[in-house]
Write a new protein. Structure first.
Length: 130
């Protein structure tokens, strides 16, 4: 028979344990906005830390709180999810996603309505908006 006791063999109220708190949904949404604004992972992490520092109620221990300042690994995961949702899989058909984006834009090259030309081996593929 196995008995489980809810007793920790380490401190659960130290600053170190704050680091392992799961990130809040608000924090995740803030990072998604950073990515949508054109920031990469490193820039978003630095920017977010500066946003925290600008708060009136800021304390240094908040930088260690994983619920409001997530670990780098978490931010990379969110960025991967955001990127796959917006652009497509990193190993997938990035070009096809780019074509879809271009087809929704009203871009014109010269006087033709050709949006994109890609040299693919020996041939050139062109996509035109009808």
């Amino acid at each position: 028979m196995i008995k489980i006791k809810n007793i920790h063999n380490h401190s659960t109220d130290s600053i170190v344990t704050l680091h392992y708190l799961p990130a809040s949904a608000d924090c995740r949404e803030a990072f998604i906005e950073y990515f949508s604004g054109g920031m990469g992972v490193a820039e978003a992490i630095k920017y977010h830390a500066n946003v925290l520092r600008l708060r009136k109620d800021f304390t240094e221990s908040q930088l260690d709180d994983g619920s409001i300042n997530p670990k780098q690994r978490t931010v990379y995961y969110w960025y991967g999810q955001w990127r796959r949702q917006r652009i497509g899989a990193e190993t997938g058909h990035l070009f096809n996603s780019l074509v879809k984006v271009c087809m929704t834009c009203d871009l014109m090259v010269g006087s033709s309505r050709t949006l994109l030309a890609l040299e693919d081996g020996s041939s050139t593929k062109q996509w035109s908006r009808p």
